[in-house]
Design a protein around this ligand. Structure first.
Ligand code: SRM
Ligand code: SF4
Length: 564
């Protein structure tokens, strides 16, 4: 094989791993280091966790000639984001007992992460989750990950039905290897490696991560178009009649590399609900066989679809599934944010969506979210539902308990806060200190920037305007910044690329407005833009649409035009 066609090193690691076992067990038993062998750190992703180190401490440890303070981040698999209060209590106890950061972090894919797990505690932690029927299988790695679906499933029968599909698809696409059960849950090994089959993935799994979302119009709170595979539920008289299927969305890109770009998923057509699993499998198989295994920066499904063309991709999926796509059915999305506050659901039960800034739950300073949620979990009999915009729903609350839930939520600052339209629609990725890829702050900085921007919004009488703002510490796009009306993407310490032009519905990518700017420039620019918006906007016009109508940036209709 020529040098140019050499497979990416990850392919070798996967194929040599004996179906994701590697030498993880040996590494766990090695007390001489807090970390694992390099190859194993790639494999543990398939088991749901990443090796990290606290970047705030990195240079001091280096100065003292110590190895980095290794710890691990674990991401759970919770399809559709639903947990019982008893599970929440366990998740809370584990965070306090077994992690350095003592926090629960709700992610942008409707699940939770722990940060700061020491190597010696990982197994105990996974077993503790397992006792509550929670796992982290395939939460990361080159496989299908946590399947997300519209929140408030109790709002209508349809939400419930669609959530069922999220679970079924997630289960169907789980890896079949027993490596997780053997390593973490002490399951006895029954099959030899050769006998163990991965019927969907094969021994090298997928070329890259793979993500699926289901959405019920008019709410696009899962950001369907940012997913490798998306199902838009189509209903008649409140009954699910099928799905419009979309493929090849994604956010990740690399600064300065125009061959990489965020992309919006494209439509394949309509299918009956009974075909959702077969089509999911056929899309995964097509990506398995056609995806790029040489260049990981070109390995996501979005590039496979762009390189093949949508028609050829559709034909391949039809051939593999035996299902013919029908013409796409009409639908409309109106928003890609959460509806905060109380929403009435089925059987007179209520759902309370709480704003959790950037998904971070802990007891620190004046914030005591962890204690507050624990107290709610102790009295609540419905569910806890995580949203794909890092918020949390106390779901299925009977009328008789509504007041008690609300008063606890108010007592701990989880509800009833004064939130501007901007803050309600803000989202930042984790970034520093744990993310090894962060170039700038995100979660620790966006709240302060929003406070400063709130001042500008108030000055221009725009405080209630629901402008979608997102920040990430690098262009991998974990808080889906390229779909926001205003976005900041880390370039270096204190410096961001500044993007404008999302549509508030998650259907249009934004565009670079200013490169590598700091807070002063950001606030100066925004002052002028917001002033123009306040004075010159049309009735009901969103900020992201206004900047495009005014020619401040060009609309990005498709990912390949993102850099133009
Ligand atoms: Fe992400 C890598 C955090 C959602 C695109 N992401 C990472 C890592 C694991 C860094 C690493 O590889 O070392 C981050 C861990 C930080 C930490 O300390 O916790 C990380 N990603 C997150 C989370 C926690 C952000 C958050 O603030 O909530 C989200 C966890 C989701 C989950 O529960 O599964 C998260 N990541 C996303 C999303 C949004 C989504 O899926 O809707 C994206 C953009 C969509 C997409 O996949 O295209 C995203 N993460 C990436 C990428 C770029 C992938 C690419 O195609 O180029 C990377 C880097 C990579 O894969 O090489 C990455
Ligand atoms: Fe880390 Fe970049 Fe993802 Fe933020 S966007 S969590 S900095 S990989």
């Amino acid at each position: 094989m020529s040098e140019a066609k050499k497979l990416s090193p990850n392919e070798g690691i996967k194929s040599r791993s004996h179906f994701l076992r590697g030498t993880i067990l040996e590494g766990l038993a090695d007390p001489s280091t807090g970390g694992l062998a390099a190859d194993d750190t790639q494999l543990t992703k398939f088991h749901g966790f990443y090796q990290q180190d606290d970047r705030d401490l990195r240079s001091e440890r280096k100065r003292q000639k110590l190895e980095p303070l290794h710890s691990f981040m674990l991401r759970a698999r919770v399809p559709g984001g639903v947990m019982q209060p008893k599970q929440w209590l366990a998740v809370d106890a584990i965070a306090r007992e077994l992690t350095i950061f003592q926090s629960i972090r709700i992610t942008t894919r409707q699940t939770f992460q722990y940060h700061g797990i020491l190597k010696r505690n990982i197994k105990h932690l996974i077993q503790s989750l397992g006792r509550e029927m929670l796992d982290s299988i395939a939460a990361c790695g080159d496989v299908n990950r946590n399947v997300i679906s519209n929140t408030n499933p109790l709002e209508s029968e349809l939400h419930g039905q669609v959530h069922e599909y999220a679970i079924k698809i997630s289960e169907h696409l789980l890896p079949r290897t027993r490596a997780y059960q053997e390593i973490w849950l002490d399951e006895e090994k029954v099959a030899s490696n050769e006998e163990e089959a991965e019927p969907i993935y094969g021994s090298t799994y997928l070329p890259r991560k793979f993500k699926i979302a289901l959405a019920i119009p008019p709410h696009n709170d899962v950001d369907l178009y940012a997913n490798d595979l998306g199902f838009v539920a189509i209903s008649e008289n409140g009954e699910l009649v099928g799905f419009n299927v979309f493929v090849g969305g994604g956010m990740g890109s690399t600064h300065g590399d125009k061959a990489t770009y965020p992309q919006i998923a494209r439509g394949l057509g309509f299918i009956g609900p009974e075909n959702a699993i077969a089509v999911s499998e056929a899309v995964v198989l097509t990506q398995r066989d056609f995806g790029d295994r040489v260049n990981r920066k070109h390995a996501r499904l979005k590039y496979t679809v762009d390189d093949m063309g949508v028609d050829a991709f559709r034909a391949e999926v039809e051939k593999r599934s035996g299902i013919e796509f029908q013409e796409e059915r009409p639908f409309e999305f109106t928003m890609h944010s959460d509806r905060l506050g109380w929403v009435k659901g089925l059987e007179d039960k209520w759902n309370l969506t709480l704003f959790i800034e950037n998904g971070r739950i802990w007891d620190r300073d004046e914030k005591r979210y962890m204690t507050g949620l624990r107290e709610i979990a102790e009295m609540h009999e419905g569910e806890f539902r995580m949203t794909a915009t890092q918020n949390l729903i106390i779901a299925n609350v009977p009328e008789a308990k509504k007041e008690q839930v609300e008063s606890l939520a108010r007592e701990y600052g989880l509800f009833g806060q004064t939130l501007s339209g901007l803050r309600r629609n803000s989202m930042a990725c984790v970034a520093l200190p744990t993310c090894g890829l962060a170039m700038a702050e995100a979660e620790r900085y966006l709240p302060d920037l929003v406070t400063k921007m709130d001042g500008l919004l108030a000055k221009h009488d725009l405080a209630e305007e629901p402008i979608v703002i997102r920040m990430t510490g690098c262009p991998n796009g974990c808080a889906r910044p390229f779909l926001a009306e205003i976005a900041f993407v880390g370039k270096g310490p204190g410096k961001y690329n500044f993007y404008l032009g999302g549509d508030g519905k998650g259907e249009r990518l934004n565009k670079l407005y200013k490169e590598n700017v700091g807070e002063d420039v950001i606030l100066e620019e925004l002052d002028q833009l917001l002033s123009a918006y306040a004075n010159e906007r049309e009735a009901g016009e969103r900020f992201g649409d206004f900047v495009i109508r005014q020619g401040v940036v060009k609309a990005t209709i498709e990912g390949r035009d993102f850099h133009d």
